[in-house]
Write a protein that binds this ligand. Structure first.
Ligand code: GAL
Length: 762
C-alpha cells in the first residue's frame, strides 16, 4: 500500500487464494466507507485533483434525507477514492472487464471516473463519450440499480494507482441520494453474461400447479456457461423453503436454454429465487421472481348476478345495460317490470332503449341454468344523475400509450366478453390519447365544417362504437380543452360543441377531458380559470342526445374534488399519472384522504387507472412491476376508495393471476356498493393502516394494509378501528367466513400486502 494519507483507501475484501498462490489476491473492493458529500453543483467537483477535504462524510446505502439533509431536492455530489490492485484482474474467472456497482440512486446520476464521464442512470458510456441530457428521462430511474461495466484496458481506469469516482446526483423531489445497495467493484463474472427472460413470462395455473417456461441466454461471445440453475421458493409467513429444484445448465457462448418451473400452487405470499452457479467459479447470479398466488375461488356453476345494483340514465337518453351473470352456460335470463321504453334481448342479455319519464324503476332479474335459479333486483333510476356507481372498464393509455389503434381497442372489447370480464360488471372500453391527427402533421386536423378528423389508426369511429355497443359494452374517448392534447394531438379548444356532437354521433358514452396545453390559454391558476374549460365542455355535452360520463383529468389542481361535481363532472383525477411501482401506487392510493367526503353516486374521486397485467405506455409492454401482494393492495384499496376501476393492460395477454385479481365479485361489490362512500384511514399503527368503508347493508369493508417490508403479525382492535365489539368477519378475497370475533382479530399480513374483510356487527 502506498501513502495512506495521500488518498483514502477503501476497504478491500482480501481473500487468501488457494494454497498454490502466495500473494494476497483482491477479489473485490467494497466502496462502503470514506465517501465525501457536498450539496450544490459545480463541474470542478468531478476533477480528480479537486480538494474535497472540507466536504462532509456521508453514508451510502441510505438517503441523504436520513443524514441531516431532509427535504433536499436538486443537486449534490458524492466522491470516493480507491486503489485498484492489478491482482483483481488475475483472480477473476473472466479477465476482460470491471463492474462498478453503485446501488440505487434517487433520482438521476452522472458518474465520473478520474474526471472522465463513465456513465449515467446505469448506462455506461464509451471512452471519450460525453453525457447526453441525462436528467430528462421518464420515468425517473430512482428504483434502478446502477451498474457500470468498463474494459480492463480502458484509459479511464488507473491500475495500481489512486482512482477518484465522483457521482453527480439530481433529486427532483422526495427522498434523494445513493440510497440502497452497497457500492463495490468486482471483475465482470460469468453471471454478468446471463440474461433471463423470466419477467417476460407469466405463470399459468393448471391442476394445482403454477407453471412457467422461459429462456436464459449466455450473451457472451466467448465464455461458455456450465453450472446449476437453482430454483427455490420460501413461504413468507413461515420462512420455510417449500420448493427446491436444480436444473443443469450447459450453454456455450451465444447460446440459450429453456428453463421450466413447476411449483405446487400456493395460497399465500411466497418469495421465489433463481440462482445460477457456474462450475469452477464461486460466482453466483441471483434473480428474484414472483410466484403469484390466486385467492379468488373459481367461479361457481350456480347462476349469480354480478355488478352494480343500481343504474342511472337521464330521461330520453339511450340506455344500454348488459346484465352481468356468471355460472354454467347456457342461461335463461328474464327481466320483470322494465319501464316503458326499454326492451330486453333474451339472447344477448342486454337491456336497451330510452325511458321518457323520470322515476325509480325496480327491475327483477331472474337467471336459470341447469344447476339452479336466482333472482335479484336492479334499480334503474331515470333522473339527473349518471355514473351512480364508479365506472368500470378498460382504457388504452397505461398499455398502449399513443400507439393505440382501432384493432387493439376492439380486441379489448372482445376479451371483455370472451374472458368473462363483462360478466363481472366490466363495461367501458375507452380510447385515450392518440386517435386524433397529430398537431405537427401537415394533414388537415379538421374537416371544412370544423368537425374533428381521426388519424389513419381509427378509420371509422362510428363503426368502432357500434361494434363495441353490439357486445353490450360502452365506448369512451379522450380529448383536451387546449389546442393540443398531452400527447401533442389535436384537441377541442374552440371546437367543443362540434367535438361533443361528433362524439355523440360516434356513440361515445364516456369522455376523459384532460388539461394539457390549456395551461397556455388559462390566464392564471384561479378557480374560475381552472373551472372554465370544464364548464364549456359540460355545456356542449348537455346539448347532445346522449349521456356521456364526464371525466375531468387535471391532476387535482385547485382541489378539484371540491368543485368537480359543481362543473358537472362525474369523476375527476385527484393526482398526477400513476406508474407501475410500489412507490407510485402507494403514495397515490394511501394519499386519498382529504377528498373522501366528496365522493358519492354520480361524482367520484379518480386516483388514476389500474397498473396490473401487461403495461407499458407505448408499443413495448412489460409485466407490472407490482408484486402480487402489491396488486392485492392496489385492487383492495381502489375498491375501498370507491375509485373508478379502469384496467390499463393488454387484455389479449391477460394471465390467470390478473384475470382472477380482476374478477372477484365480492371485492368488486365493495367498489360498486350503492351507498358510494369512500373509505378513510381510521387507524395508522406503524406500518399498518386500517381503512374502513361503510356499505349500504350496514356492514363495513375493512382493509388492513401492511406498508412495511416484512410480514407482520397484527391484531386488529375493534374499538380502536371504530368497529362493533362483536362481529362476524368474512375474508373477501378468499370469499370465506372467518367466524365471530369479540373485540379483536389476529392476522398475518405479507409485506406490502392486505387483509380485506367484510365486518358485520352482531
Ligand atoms: C395525461 C393523462 C394520462 C393520459 C395522457 C394522454 O395528462 O394524465 O392519463 O391521458 O395525458 O396524453
Amino acid at each position: 500500500m502506498r501513502t495512506v494519507n495521500s488518498f483514502v483507501f477503501v476497504l478491500a475484501i482480501l481473500l487468501i487464494s488457494c494454497s498454490s498462490q502466495k500473494k494476497d489476491i483482491v477479489k473485490g473492493i467494497k466502496l462502503q466507507n470514506d465517501w465525501k458529500f457536498k450539496t450544490g453543483d459545480n463541474p470542478s467537483y468531478s476533477k480528480p485533483v479537486f480538494d474535497d477535504s472540507g466536504w462532509k462524510a456521508v453514508k451510502v446505502g441510505q438517503t441523504w434525507d436520513k443524514q441531516g439533509y431532509e427535504k433536499l431536492d436538486g443537486f449534490a455530489w458524492y466522491r470516493v477514492k480507491f486503489e485498484l490492485p492489478a491482482s483483481l484482474k488475475k483472480s477473476s474467472f473472466i479477465k476482460d472487464s470491471l463492474r462498478i456497482y453503485l446501488g440505487k440512486i434517487d433520482d438521476f446520476d452522472e458518474v465520473f471516473l478520474n474526471g472522465k464521464p463513465l456513465g449515467y442512470n446505469g448506462i455506461t458510456l464509451q471512452p471519450e463519450a460525453s453525457f447526453p441530457d441525462s436528467f430528462n428521462v421518464e420515468p425517473s430511474p430512482w428504483y434502478k440499480e446502477r451498474v457500470y461495466r468498463i474494459a480492463v484496458d480502458d484509459k479511464r481506469l488507473h491500475w495500481d494507482r489512486e482512482n477518484v469516482l465522483a457521482v453527480r446526483v439530481w433529486d427532483r423531489g422526495g427522498l434523494g441520494g445513493m440510497y440502497a445497495g452497497m457500492p463495490e467493484i468486482t471483475m465482470v463474472d460469468v453471471g454478468d453474461y446471463l440474461k433471463s427472460e423470466h419477467k417476460k413470462r407469466a405463470f399459468v395455473f393448471e391442476n394445482g400447479k403454477a407453471r412457467k417456461t422461459f429462456v436464459i441466454e449466455n450473451t457472451s461471445t466467448y465464455v461458455n456457461m456450465e453450472g446449476d440453475f437453482i430454483i427455490s421458493a420460501t413461504d413468507d409467513f413461515s420462512g420455510k423453503e417449500i420448493y427446491h429444484n436444480v436444473i443443469k445448465v450447459k450453454m456455450p457462448a451465444g447460446n440459450e436454454q429453456q428453463i421450466s418451473v413447476e411449483i405446487p400452487e400456493q395460497k399465500e405470499s411466497v418469495t421465489l429465487k433463481y440462482v445460477y452457479k457456474q462450475k469452477g467459479s464461486d460466482s453466483k447470479m441471483t434473480f428474484t421472481d414472483i410466484l403469484p398466488y390466486i385467492l379468488t375461488p373459481p367461479v361457481s356453476d350456480k347462476p349469480r348476478i354480478n355488478g352494480a345494483k343500481v343504474f342511472g340514465e337521464r330521461p330520453g337518453k339511450p340506455l344500454l345495460f348488459r346484465i352481468p351473470v356468471t355460472g354454467k352456460r347456457p342461461f335463461k335470463i328474464d327481466v320483470e317490470n322494465l319501464p316503458v321504453g326499454l326492451t330486453f334481448n333474451k339472447k344477448t342479455g342486454i337491456i336497451s332503449g330510452k325511458v321518457a319519464e323520470k322515476g325509480e324503476y325496480p327491475v327483477k332479474i331472474i337467471v336459470e341454468n341447469s344447476i339452479g335459479k336466482v333472482s335479484g333486483m336492479l334499480k334503474i333510476i331515470i333522473g339527473d344523475n349518471i355514473a351512480l356507481t364508479p365506472p368500470m372498464g378498460w382504457n388504452s393509455w397505461n398499455c398502449w400509450g399513443l400507439s393505440v389503434d382501432q384493432e387493439k381497442v376492439f380486441a379489448s372489447a372482445k376479451v371483455f366478453v370472451e374472458k368473462g370480464l363483462a360478466d363481472h360488471g366490466w363495461n367501458f372500453i375507452n380510447i385515450d390519447d392518440g386517435w386524433e391527427i397529430k398537431g405537427d402533421s401537415p394533414e388537415p386536423k379538421r374537416n371544412n365544417d370544423g368537425t374533428i378528423r381521426t388519424n389513419e389508426k381509427f378509420p371509422d369511429m362510428k363503426a368502432l362504437g357500434d361494434s363495441i355497443h353490439s357486445l353490450g359494452l360502452k365506448f369512451g374517448i379522450y380529448s383536451s380543452p387546449g389546442p393540443l392534447t398531452c400527447g401533442g394531438y389535436t384537441a377541442s379548444y374552440q371546437h367543443e360543441l362540434l367535438d361533443a356532437q361528433s362524439f355523440a354521433k360516434w356513440g361515445v358514452d364516456y369522455l376523459k377531458y384532460d388539461w394539457c396545453s390549456y395551461g397556455q390559454i388559462a390566464k392564471n391558476n384561479s378557480l374560475p380559470e381552472l373551472k372554465k374549460p370544464y364548464l364549456v365542455m359540460r355545456n356542449a355535452l348537455d346539448k347532445v342526445d346522449r349521456d356521456i360520463v364526464y371525466s375531468l383529468c387535471q391532476y387535482g389542481m385547485g382541489k378539484v374534488w371540491e368543485w368537480g361535481a359543481g362543473v358537472g363532472g362525474n369523476l375527476w383525477r385527484t393526482t398526477g399519472d400513476i406508474t407501475d411501482t410500489w412507490e407510485s401506487m402507494k403514495s397515490i392510493g394511501f394519499g386519498q384522504t382529504e377528498n373522501a367526503s366528496f365522493a358519492g353516486p354520480g361524482h367520484w374521486n379518480d386516483p388514476d387507472m389500474l397498473v396490473v397485467g401487461w403495461v407499458g405506455w407505448g408499443p413495448n409492454l412489460h409485466s407490472t412491476r407490482l408484486t402480487p401482494n402489491e396488486q392485492y393492495t392496489h385492487i383492495s384499496l381502489w375498491s375501498l376508495l370507491s375509485a373508478p376501476l379502469l384496467i390499463g393492460c393488454d387484455l389479449e395477454r391477460l394471465d390467470d393471476f390478473t384475470l382472477n385479481l380482476l374478477t372477484n365479485d365480492e371485492v368488486i361489490a365493495i367498489d360498486q356498493d350503492v351507498l358510494g362512500k369512500q373509505a378513510t384511514p381510521v387507524l395508522i399503527d406503524g406500518d399498518v393502516q386500517v381503512w374502513v368503508k361503510e356499505l349500504a347493508d350496514g356492514n363495513k369493508a375493512v382493509g388492513i394494509f401492511n406498508l412495511g417490508e416484512e410480514v407482520i403479525d397484527y391484531t386488529l382492535t375493534f374499538d380502536k378501528s371504530g368497529l362493533p365489539g362483536k362481529a362476524k368477519l368474512r375474508d373477501v378475497w378468499r370469499q370465506k367466513e372467518l367466524g365471530t370475533f369479540e373485540s379483536s382479530f389476529d392476522m398475518k399480513i405479507p409485506a406490502h400486502g392486505v387483509v380485506l374483510v367484510r365486518v358485520a356487527g352482531l
